[in-house]
Design a protein around this ligand. Structure first.
Ligand code: C2E
Ligand code: SIN
Ligand code: SIN
Ligand code: FE
Ligand code: FE
Length: 508
C-alpha cells in the first residue's frame, strides 16, 4: 500500500533528485515533492506548502545544508531534516547532527533513505503528540491554579463582608481575639474624630478597670512624639528607656508598645496600640503578626465604612424613588379632579387586603408602589375622554382601555419598578378572562392585580365620578359579591367582603 508523503528536496543535480525519488517510490512511499536550490526558494516553498520532511544535499552552488537547516528551524518548525551527500566526512555529519539535522545518508547508500524517513516521521509524530499533551497539561494546571486563587479570594471577600459590616462588631471581635494571647495585655484603637482633626480613643480592651485616659489628646501627644510612623509600625521594646512623652502611661505596668498605622487604600483609618507588661517583647517574631493584624483590621474598617456609605446611598436613592412615585400619583389625581385622595386611600386598603391574603413584607413593598401607580397610564388619556361627564362611546372606550398598556410602556424600562409593574398592567383583567388588556384568566392574573381590582372597583363605586355619583355602600358591597367568579378572584372576594363587614374600607 502506497504511503503518501510530502517532501521538500534541496538538490542541484537533476539525476540525484530523480534517484532519491525513485528509491522512495520503490520502497512503497508515494512522494509529492518540491525541489529548491536557494534560500529564497526554500523560504517560499515552506511558506506556501506543508511538508512532512526535508531532504537536503550538503553542498549546492549557492546554498548549503547548514544554511538550509537554519531556515528549516525558522520556517519549518521541527520538520525531519535529512542530509544526503556524496562527499560529506564523518566530522561534518556529526556537526550537522549537533546542529539539529535528524539523519545523514551517503549518496552511495541511498537505500537507507526510506527507512530513515519512516523513522523520522514516526518520531515527529511522537514529538507532536507529546507537545500537545504537555500543552494540555500546562493549560489544565494553570486553570486549577487560577480557580484556587479565585476561590481563596472569594472566600476572603465573603468572610469580610458577611462578618464585618458593623464597625463596632469588628473592633470588638479583633480586640477580644488579640487579648487572648497571654503576651499581650492591652489593645487600643485610635480613630480620627468625626468632622474635626485629631484622634479619639475608639475602643480598648484588656486595660485595667481604672483604664487609660479615654481622652485621645494624650495619646496623640505620645504618638506625635514619635518622629514618624513607618508603614510597618513602630515597636518600642522598652518604654522605660525611650524618651518620648509618655507621662500619661506613668503608673501603668506596660514595658513594650507597638504603634501600628491602620492604612487601607492609601488612607490612614486609625492607629492600633498594642501593649505588653513584658519588656523587649516586640523585637522578634511578633512584628510580622502585628503587621498582618493591622492590615486585616484596616481592611475590615474600610469595608465597614464602604458598606455603611453604600447603605446610606441606597436608602437615599430608595427614598428619592418613593417620593417620585408619590409625586406621579398626586399629579394624576390633580388632573382627574374627582378622584382626589384615591391613590393614598386605595394604597392603604390594598395593603390591608394583601397582608390578610398572606403577601410577604418583601412583596408588599413592590405591591404598594404598583398600587400607587396603577392608573399612571391615564396620563396618556385625553381630557375629553378622562373627564367626560357621561358614558363613553365605543371609540372612546378603545382609547380608555389603552391605559394599562400605556402604563406598561412607561414603567417597563425602569428596573426599580419591574416588580411593581403587574398592578398598572393587569388591574383590569377579570377572573373569567373577559378583562383587558390581555384577557388573562384566573390565576394567570398576577396575585397583586387580583387583590387590587377589588379595592379599585370598591373605591370607584363608592366615590363620585365625572360620569355618575357615588353608589350607596350597600349596593357596592352587593355588586362586588355578585362579581366573584366573573370579575374577581372568589377567595380574595370572600376575604375582602369580611374586611368590608368590619368597616375597614369606609372612606368617611
Ligand atoms: P374608574 O372610574 O376608576 O373605575 C374603575 C373600575 O371600577 C371600572 O373599570 C369598573 O370595573 C368599576 N366601575 C367604576 N364605575 C362603575 C360603574 O358605574 N358601574 C360598574 N358596574 N362598574 C364601575 P372599567 O370599567 O374598566 O373602567 C376604567 C376607567 O374608565 C374608569 O376608572 C373611568 O376612568 C373610565 N370610565 C369607565 N366608565 C366610564 C364612563 O361611563 N364615562 C367616563 N367618562 N369614563 C368612564
Ligand atoms: C388615580 O388617582 O389613581 C386615578 C383615578 C382612578 O383610578 O379612578
Ligand atoms: C381605571 O383604571 O381606569 C379605572 C379603575 C382604576 O384603576 O382606578
Ligand atoms: Fe385603571
Ligand atoms: Fe383606579
Amino acid at each position: 500500500m502506497a504511503e503518501p508523503i510530502r517532501i521538500l528536496i534541496i538538490e542541484d543535480s537533476d539525476d540525484d533528485a530523480i534517484l532519491m525519488l525513485r528509491t522512495l517510490t520503490r520502497s512503497g512511499l508515494e512522494p509529492t515533492w518540491e525541489r529548491v536550490q536557494t534560500g529564497e526558494e526554500m523560504k517560499a516553498a515552506l511558506a506556501s506548502h506543508t511538508f512532512d520532511a526535508i531532504i537536503s544535499d550538503y553542498q549546492l552552488p549557492t546554498f548549503s545544508a547548514p544554511q538550509a537547516l537554519d531556515i528549516a528551524k525558522q520556517y519549518g518548525g521541527n520538520l525531519p531534516f535529512i542530509v544526503v551527500s556524496g562527499n560529506i566526512g564523518e566530522e561534518t555529519a556529526v556537526q550537522m547532527m549537533r546542529a539539529g539535522a535528524h539523519d545523514y545518508i551517503m549518496k552511495g547508500n541511498l537505500s537507507r533513505l526510506p527507512e530513515a524517513i519512516r523513522r523520522e516521521l514516526r518520531d515527529a509524530q511522537v514529538r507532536a503528540e507529546r507537545r500537545q499533551a504537555e500543552m494540555a497539561l500546562r493549560a489544565s494546571q494553570e486553570q486549577i491554579k487560577t480557580r484556587l486563587d479565585q476561590l481563596t479570594i472569594l472566600h476572603d471577600i465573603d468572610l469580610a463582608i458577611t462578618s464585618f459590616t458593623d464597625l463596632d462588631k469588628i473592633v470588638e471581635t479583633i480586640l477580644s481575639h488579640i487579648t487572648q494571647l497571654p503576651e499581650l495585655d492591652a489593645v487600643a484603637l485610635l480613630m480620627p474624630k468625626p468632622n474635626s482633626r485629631g484622634l479619639m480613643m475608639a475602643a480598648q480592651s484588656g486595660i485595667p478597670k481604672n483604664g487609660l485616659p479615654m481622652d485621645g489628646g494624650s495619646w496623640e501627644n505620645f504618638i506625635s512624639g514619635l518622629t514618624y510612623i513607618e508603614s510597618r509600625g513602630i515597636f518600642l521594646a522598652d518604654l522605660t528607656l525611650e524618651n518620648q512623652d509618655r507621662s500619661f502611661l506613668a503608673g501603668y505596668p506596660y514595658q513594650s508598645c507597638a504603634v501600628l498605622p491602620l492604612d487601607a487604600k492609601e488612607k490612614i483609618r486609625g492607629i492600633m496600640l498594642v501593649l505588653s507588661t513584658r519588656s523587649g517583647l516586640f523585637e522578634n517574631g511578633w512584628q510580622d503578626f502585628l503587621h498582618s493584624l493591622a492590615m486585616q483590621t484596616a481592611i475590615a474598617i474600610d469595608n465597614a465604612d464602604m458598606f455603611s456609605r453604600m447603605q446610606m446611598a441606597n436608602m437615599e436613592l430608595t427614598a428619592a424613588y418613593e417620593s417620585t412615585i408619590e409625586g406621579w400619583s398626586r399629579a394624576l389625581e390633580l388632573r382627574d379632579k374627582e378622584t382626589k385622595g384615591h391613590s393614598v386611600r386605595v394604597s392603604g386598603w390594598s395593603l390591608i387586603l394583601a397582608s390578610e391574603m398572606g403577601m410577604t413584607a418583601d412583596e408588599l413593598v413592590h405591591f404598594k408602589r404598583g398600587v400607587l401607580l396603577h392608573d399612571i397610564g391615564k396620563m396618556g388619556i385625553p381630557d375629553n375622554i378622562l373627564l367626560k361627564p357621561g358614558p363613553l362611546t365605543a371609540e372612546e372606550w378603545v382609547v380608555m382601555r389603552q391605559h394599562p398598556i400605556l402604563a406598561y410602556q412607561m414603567l417597563q424600562p425602569i428596573p426599580f419598578l419591574r416588580r411593581a409593574l403587574e398592578i398598572p398592567w393587569c388591574h383590569h383583567e377579570k377572573w373569567d378572562g373577559s378583562g383587558y388588556p390581555r384577557g388573562l384568566k384566573g390565576e394567570e392574573i398576577p396575585m397583586g392585580a387580583r387583590y387590587f381590582a377589588l379595592v379599585d372597583v370598591w373605591d370607584a363605586l363608592t366615590s363620585d365620578r365625572p360620569y355618575r355619583p357615588a353608589w350607596p355602600r350597600e349596593d357596592a358591597r352587593k355588586y362586588i359579591a355578585e362579581q366573584a367568579k366573573c370579575h374577581f378572584d372568589p377567595h380574595a372576594t370572600e376575604v375582602f367582603l369580611q374586611l368590608v363587614g368590619q368597616g375597614l374600607f369606609d372612606s368617611k
